[in-house]
Design a protein around this ligand. Structure first.
Ligand SMILES: Cc1cc2nc3c(=O)[nH]c(=O)nc-3n(C[C@H](O)[C@H](O)[C@H](O)COP(=O)(O)O)c2cc1C
Length: 363
């Protein structure tokens, strides 16, 4: 029988799960296998007469009342483990230097101890002026996370907004998951009324349908991040964790639903047609050309998670170099379509082709 000191504490278990949540996406291939974002089916129209110089292009924009140097959010990722302190520290520095937004990983763990809270708040220490987004799970809300706890989570990083992540697929496949989503919408609505920062909602890689977008708008949220399919697969991450836990049913579910979800481009188009709320496009975005396509489709901002993690895990220099590349790709696309600023890019003409055209014209 194990001695009490051999039994991992609550905090050790959290740290291990959070560590897996970084290490698996980083070192194993958990990207979508067959589903794509469908952004490859969008063609922005080339403008042979842009009538502007590359250097005069202005990437700045406003979202939820905050000014950003570029319409880019480092999407919600991590916290709650020692590795996360380094990653969040670097991402915070980047957000501050480049005028990006940044989401933190699910912060319930940060309520458990000061030590765990510091793995999140390091981002604010390094980014005193950046737009930081606090994060809680829909499943935790359903389970009874209180408004008071949500306020503590916002305070932990002096957040500019709070996002609720919807992760039904992940909860389903996760060996210790809790696929309990009854009552989440009314909790989101209560939260939207009670908080004094804007409340956003995001998926984590399976997308938001038009029906869900409408419900969220009615619930009073301030913005939606569609986080569609085609990038990091959380069924994939949890399938690999189920391998280690020898949980054969969860392994099977993870494999079966690895590519489940609404492709990012389709989710964005659906949501844009259904609601007036500002939208963030994310899920499988890997470069500035794809970011430009999302802005043309109606996104106010774009988010990327895995590419920032990969670069942040290497070094500060790799991270900055990646950010500069994405900006150059976005700015180059704007030059090629003749858009001198983000509103002009948002109104540029595009052509939908192939599977995406079929998907979004179906009733
Ligand atoms: C390492 C890692 C950890 C993540 N943790 C969270 C999280 O705690 N909360 C959340 O809302 N989303 C989380 N996500 C999901 C991302 O915010 C994003 O929605 C998803 O990964 C799709 O984007 P991508 O294809 O650019 O990675 C995480 C993603 C990664 C890669």
């Amino acid at each position: 029988m194990p001695d009490a000191s051999d039994v991992p504490s609550d905090i050790q278990l959290i740290k291990q799960r959070k560590k897996d949540g970084i290490e698996i996406p980083l070192h194993k291939d958990v990207q979508a296998k067959t589903t794509t974002t469908l952004l490859e089916h969008i063609r922005l129209v080339h403008n042979a007469l842009p009538e502007l110089d590359y250097d005069e292009i202005d990437l700045s924009t406003t979202f939820l009342g905050h000014r950003f140097s570029a319409p880019i959010i480092i999407d919600s990722m991590t916290g709650g483990t020692d590795e996360a302190t380094i990653i969040n520290g670097r991402l915070g520095e980047l957000a501050e230097k480049f005028g990006f937004g940044m989401g933190l990983g699910s912060q319930r763990a940060g309520l458990k101890s000061e030590e765990l809270a510091a793995t999140y708040s390091v981002a604010r220490r390094n980014a005193p002026n950046a737009f930081l987004i606090a994060n809680i799970g829909g499943a935790q809300l359903a389970k009874g996370l209180s408004i008071d706890e949500a306020r503590k989570i916002v305070k932990m990083i002096r957040a500019n907004a709070l996002v609720v992540h919807l992760n039904s697929l992940q909860e389903l496949v996760q060996p210790e998951g809790e696929p309990k989503y009854r009552g989440v919408l009314s909790k989101i609505s209560e939260l939207a009324k009670a908080m004094d920062v804007p409340v956003m909602v995001k998926e984590v890689g399976a997308g938001i349908s038009r029906e869900v977008a409408v419900k969220l708008e009615m619930a009073g949220v301030s913005a939606i991040n569609v986080a569609g399919a085609g990038g990091t697969s959380w069924a994939g991450v949890e399938k690999l964790r189920a391998d280690s836990a020898n949980d054969s049913l969860k392994q099977h579910l993870g494999e079966l639903f690895w590519d489940w979800g609404i492709p990012t481009a389709a989710s964005l188009i659906e949501a844009k047609r259904a609601v007036k709320l500002p939208l963030v496009a994310s899920g499988g975005l890997r470069n500035g050309l794809e970011a430009a396509k999302c802005i043309a489709l109606g996104a106010s901002m774009v988010g990327m998670a895995y590419p920032f993690l990969k670069a942040a895990a290497k070094s500060k220099e790799d991270l900055e170099s990646f950010a500069r590349t994405v900006i150059a790709e976005l700015q180059s696309t704007m030059f090629l379509v003749g858009a001198k600023n983000i509103p002009a890019l948002a109104s540029s003409r595009y052509i939908l082709t192939g599977a995406l055209a079929q998907e979004v014209t179906r009733p």
